[in-house]
Design a protein around this ligand. Structure first.
Ligand code: SF4
Length: 288
């Protein structure tokens, strides 16, 4: 005989919708970087306003650049990945050995374009502290990101270019970074003329007209290096490009069209025009 199953009285379901997770509030105690060598004002700013950023390692070090210059580079087949970190001694350790002598720290490109936003400045400082204080971990992440960038460039039909000194002047060859990626073209601008770099690392010497820096400029000329010169205005650059006039006895090529420097000739001047704070610079770094 079939028996009818007793039906359980169904209790009304409890409302299982989760309450929104409370956002973690970071304090100075969460900061994982040693800030003791920073300017006291900067340190105070971080401890009051930027704990959330300095409580974690950066997720990304290099980024595929997308400014007008690198977009033009893409038109001729190159994708550019750049690492930007806080220049000179902002991090408490000098990452641009000759910046004081060349007097370029103030008008440095770090303070132009997107770099004028506080969050970008702080992100660059965090990366500089990461480089200084967690070197091994930083390098491991950097190598991985370079490999990923190469794969991305190839997927999209580009050749990858890597510029590690977006706003620093570190001798990456001493850490074996370009050597570990012999099939990738690295490039940088540098104030240091006597670097010994592997074949896949292209350097353009960065000029300053400050008298104390003159011996370094002479050395770069002797070595037939390509020399980047920042002129006060685009009009000054145009003058050299259209008149065929030389600068320091060298032919002048346009450096603002693309950032694909390794295709430019050696023993030539790469003309750039001043941007950001550099427009009003009177140190001698900017010409004109
Ligand atoms: S211009 Fe170059 S060397 Fe000078 S502070 Fe900026 S990144 Fe450093």
């Amino acid at each position: 005989m079939a028996t009818r199953k007793a039906t359980k009285a169904t209790a009304p379901k409890a409302n299982k919708a989760k309450a929104p997770k409370a956002k973690k509030v970071y304090t100075a105690a969460d900061i994982i970087f040693d800030l003791s060598k920073l300017d006291p004002e900067l340190r105070k700013d971080i401890e009051e306003n930027w704990c959330h950023l300095f409580a974690k390692f950066p997720e990304r070090l290099i980024r595929i650049e997308s400014d007008a210059k690198t977009i033009k580079g893409e038109k001729i087949g190159f994708m550019t990945a750049i690492l930007y970190m806080a220049p000179h001694a902002i991090s408490g350790q000098n990452l641009c050995a000759l910046a004081l002598l060349a007097r370029c720290a103030d008008p440095c490109l770090n303070l132009s374009g997107r770099g004028t936003f506080d969050v970008n400045q702080m992100a660059r400082l965090r990366k500089a502290l990461y480089w200084i204080q967690y070197r091994e971990r930083f390098l491991k992440q950097l190598h991985k990101e370079i490999r990923l960038a190469k794969a991305q460039a190839e997927r999209q039909g580009f050749i990858l270019l890597v510029r590690l000194n977006g706003t620093t002047d570190i001798l990456w060859e001493r850490y074996g970074v370009p050597q570990a990626h012999a099939d990738i073209q690295f490039y940088d601008y540098t104030k240091i003329p006597n670097r010994n770099v592997p074949a896949n690392y292209d350097l353009t010497f960065s000029y300053s007209g400050v008298p104390q820096f003159a011996p370094f400029v002479r050395r770069a000329i002797e070595k037939h290096m390509r020399i980047a010169v920042v002129f006060r205005s685009r009009a000054a650059v145009e003058h050299y490009l259209t008149s065929g006039e030389t600068f320091m006895g060298m032919p002048v090529v346009d450096g603002d069209d693309t950032d694909v420097r390794h295709l430019d000739p050696q023993a030539a001047v790469v003309a750039l025009y001043a941007k950001g704070k550099a427009i009003t610079d009177q140190s001698g770094f900017v010409v004109g």
